[in-house]
Design a protein around this ligand. Structure first.
Ligand SMILES: C[S@@+](CC[C@H](N)C(=O)[O-])C[C@H]1O[C@@H](n2cnc3c(N)ncnc32)[C@H](O)[C@@H]1O
Length: 204
């Protein structure tokens, strides 16, 4: 996975860099994500980083968790400027410091590809959510489009992700989600080699 020190170093530049490497499409994707936001009152944003998603979600309570303190500092500065945002926790999503069944909605954006052990991470997400909760993942994926596949395995793999990238086909996502107790509700491809995956947590 991408070493945590990487995000510590680039925290101040993360937002403009992401805008660049997503070719300016992330704002439109965020609008799409927010339009599909459910009525979850307890929302969790895992790997929240600078809060691009979590700080824009309307809910009774949004909790953002991230390993990188510098990323969380940028998040906090943005919250001070805009006057809105989430409750931030510095922690590792592999062992979420939350009670079982606490959340009704989870966001996981631009980070799932960094976890070779994604199945274990999603099991932890299953633990902290209640039946019927919605999981929204937005990330790079193994697209069937040959041009975007080339882009994924060259530009993204070598340059952006520096060879730390674990991605799934749509079928791979379906199977992975089922193994950890979620049902795939939809998988859309809003831009190039990226997928917006929405899933529903099944009863244990
Ligand atoms: C590419 S950024 C994505 C940030 C944000 N979700 C977004 O959409 O812009 C990945 C984030 O994952 C965080 N991260 C990586 N491994 C983590 C872990 N094990 N636990 C918590 N956060 C982690 C990094 O610190 C970084 O802020």
């Amino acid at each position: 996975m991408t070493p945590p020190a990487f995000f510590n170093r680039i925290a101040r530049y993360y937002d403009p860099l992401t805008h660049l490497y997503m070719f300016g499409t992330y704002a439109a994707v965020r609008r799409r994500i927010l339009n599909t936001h459910g009525d979850g009152r307890e929302v969790l944003d895992i790997c929240c980083g600078t809060g691009y998603i979590g700080n824009a979600v309307q809910a009774q309570r949004v909790v953002g968790i991230d390993l990188s303190l510098p990323m969380l500092r940028v998040n906090q500065q943005k919250q001070r400027r805009t006057g809105r945002g989430s409750h931030l926790v510095n922690g590792n999503i592999r062992t979420l410091p939350f009670q079982s069944g606490q959340f009704e909605e989870v966001y996981f954006t631009l980070a799932a590809h960094e976890f070779p052990d994604l199945e274990d991470v999603l099991r932890e997400v299953h633990r902290v959510t209640r039946p019927g909760a919605r999981l929204t993942v937005y990330d790079l994926y193994e697209t069937p489009n040959p041009l975007y596949r080339l882009m994924l395995h060259t530009f993204y793999y070598y340059l952006v992700e520096q060879r730390c990238m674990w991605v799934y086909t749509p079928e791979g996502w379906r199977a992975l989600l089922e193994r950890v107790g979620f049902r795939l509700a939809s998988l859309q491809a809003p831009y190039g080699p990226s997928a917006l995956v929405q899933a529903v947590r099944q009863p244990s």
